[in-house]
Write a protein that binds this ligand. Structure first.
Ligand code: C5P
Length: 213
């Protein structure tokens, strides 16, 4: 079996990225990390010294996003994460990134026959007709611990409490915004990964997909 569209949503550090890459390779699908689009918008605005809350400017930046913006080395920094979730709450920013994401799902690049998109609103807004909808989550403590380990592994010197607080403020913004808040789609397979490693997550999701098809 090969799903055509896998919609994978969930909060940060719940294991979406690793799972999406493994599913893409297992089913030979193209993968789009949609968070990187919001990050690229947020990062470009910071680089230009502008305010991420300026809705008009953020919407223009989203409309004019360039491939090079997706390669910025600061895309995964904490400042970029916060700016990304600020611009992501602006409806015109989301609207300007929508067509591009749908096009990716409809016409996968590199000769692939299907896609996996990961983000916050894939099953609810971008691909409501996806054949597989997944929602992976984990406790705030488990997610903060993963993020803490990642930062340490990357050579940073993070403070546990600050990592937890920053994640909580981003979660709040992503869940409480009026447009496309973070929510499991109807019919989504919801998986709490707090006590599961990447292999166990992958095995459970593949078992779910095989049971559907
Ligand atoms: O997934 P990631 O942490 O890279 O996403 C960065 C930010 O982009 C999120 O905090 C969220 O505000 C926003 N985002 C979104 N919708 C998506 C993907 C990401 O609003 N589909």
């Amino acid at each position: 079996v090969r799903p055509q569209v896998i919609a994978l949503d969930g909060p940060s550090a719940a294991g979406k990225g690793t799972l999406a890459r493994r599913l893409a390779s297992h089913y030979d699908l193209a993968h789009l990390d949609t968070g990187s689009l919001y990050r690229a918008v947020g990062r470009r605005i910071l680089r230009e010294g502008r305010d991420p809350k300026d809705a008009t400017y953020a919407a223009e930046t989203a409309a004019n996003l360039q491939p090079v913006d997706l390669k910025d080395p600061e895309l995964r920094s904490e400042a970029t994460s916060q700016a990304a979730s600020i611009v992501a709450a602006i409806p015109a920013v989301r609207a300007n990134l929508l067509a591009w994401q749908r096009e990716f799902a409809k016409a996968p690049p590199d000769g692939k026959q299907g896609v996996v998109l990961d983000g916050r609103d894939i099953g609810t807004v971008i691909c409501p007709d996806a054949d597989v909808k997944l929602f992976v989550t984990a406790s705030p403590e488990a997610r903060a611990e993963r993020r803490f380990q990642e930062l340490q592994a990357a050579g940073a010197n993070p403070i546990r409490r600050a990592v937890l607080d920053e994640m909580a403020s981003r979660d709040r913004r992503d869940s409480e915004r009026a447009t496309a808040p973070l929510l499991p789609a109807d019919g989504a397979f919801v998986l709490d990964t707090s006590d599961l490693d990447a292999d166990a997550v992958f095995d459970r999701v593949v078992a779910f997909i095989e049971s559907k098809t």
